[in-house]
Design a protein around this ligand. Structure first.
Ligand SMILES: [Zn+2]
Ligand SMILES: [Zn+2]
Length: 267
């Protein structure tokens, strides 16, 4: 499995790609190309072009969840000649989402998505290709990961958004599971536990993505303990992980920097 970071908040010195506070990662596995999130703009397309990557060959576009820093790039797919890709997401991914009066959801609703694209909207796990899984809805098992972000709107009624659409990908490598996550609103420990269950594998080789950890609080302490207890070999926190959170992880774990153009090859 080869993974390339196309969009992230961070860029590296002397590598002239574009950054934005968003996420997009390309995964190539078993002859299948999977675009995981599309960021907030066409930055993922510009960076892919600069990296010599042909996004036209994308087989699946998987959305981690509906927030616009992961879905708004959908508006620019024509520019990348992406026509044959199937969209894979949770059925609630394209519901309206707000933080106060600010709209933070997908640029397109479910009806438009199903009309315009080949889609597989699923709250159940799907094996996209050999050893690469889309997890679907993540069971919430750890109390410290409960919470909501803004509001979601169903039939004109707003309620706190617990992000049941939040999901992740997992690759079953020879050394254990490698998890690719967006913002982990469903909880990175909940995601990891479910990945183990779905793949029938307890070893966690690595995790890349946003963990939605900012404060030096109980949730962070419990998460670091969980990562340590699970002997996770490599952590690639990015996008929505504060410096404080990275610092706490680095005290106990092997934490690597993430930025646009990072390539990981995992057997
Ligand atoms: Zn989010
Ligand atoms: Zn995000």
């Amino acid at each position: 499995m080869k993974l390339t970071v196309l969009t992230d908040n961070n860029t590296y010195i002397d590598r002239y790609y574009l950054g934005e506070p968003a996420l997009s990662i390309l995964i190539e596995a078993d002859g299948t190309n999977v675009l995981f999130d599309t960021g907030y703009s066409d930055v993922f397309i510009k960076n892919a072009e600069a990296l010599g990557i042909k996004l036209a060959q994308t087989d699946y576009i998987v959305f981690s969840h509906g927030h616009d820093d992961h879905t708004k790039g959908l508006m620019y797919l024509e520019k990348a000649d992406i026509h044959k890709a199937q969209i894979v997401a949770h059925p609630k991914c394209f519901d309206k989402k707000y933080v106060g009066d600010l709209y933070v959801g997908s640029p397109f609703d479910r009806q438009y998505i199903e009309h315009s694209f080949c889609t597989a909207l699923s709250d159940k796990p799907l094996e996209l290709c050999t050893n690469l899984w889309y997890l679907g809805e993540i069971p919430r098992v750890f109390d410290y990961e409960n919470g909501s972000v803004g509001e979601t709107e169903t039939d004109g009624v707003r309620s706190p958004d617990c992000l049941y659409d939040d999901t992740a990908l997992v690759y079953k490598s020879k050394k254990g599971l490698f998890i690719i996550t967006g913002c982990s609103h469903s909880g990175i420990c909940n995601i990891t536990e479910y990945a183990k269950q779905v793949c029938g594998e307890d070893r966690i080789y690595g995790i890349i993505g946003g963990f939605h950890l900012f404060e030096d609080d109980k949730k962070l302490a419990e998460t670091v303990k969980y990562f340590t207890d699970n002997k996770i070999e490599m952590l690639y926190p990015c996008h929505c992980v504060s410096l404080t959170a990275k610092h706490r992880m680095m005290e106990k774990l092997n934490v690597q920097e993430v930025g646009v153009s990072l390539v990981l090859e995992i057997e």
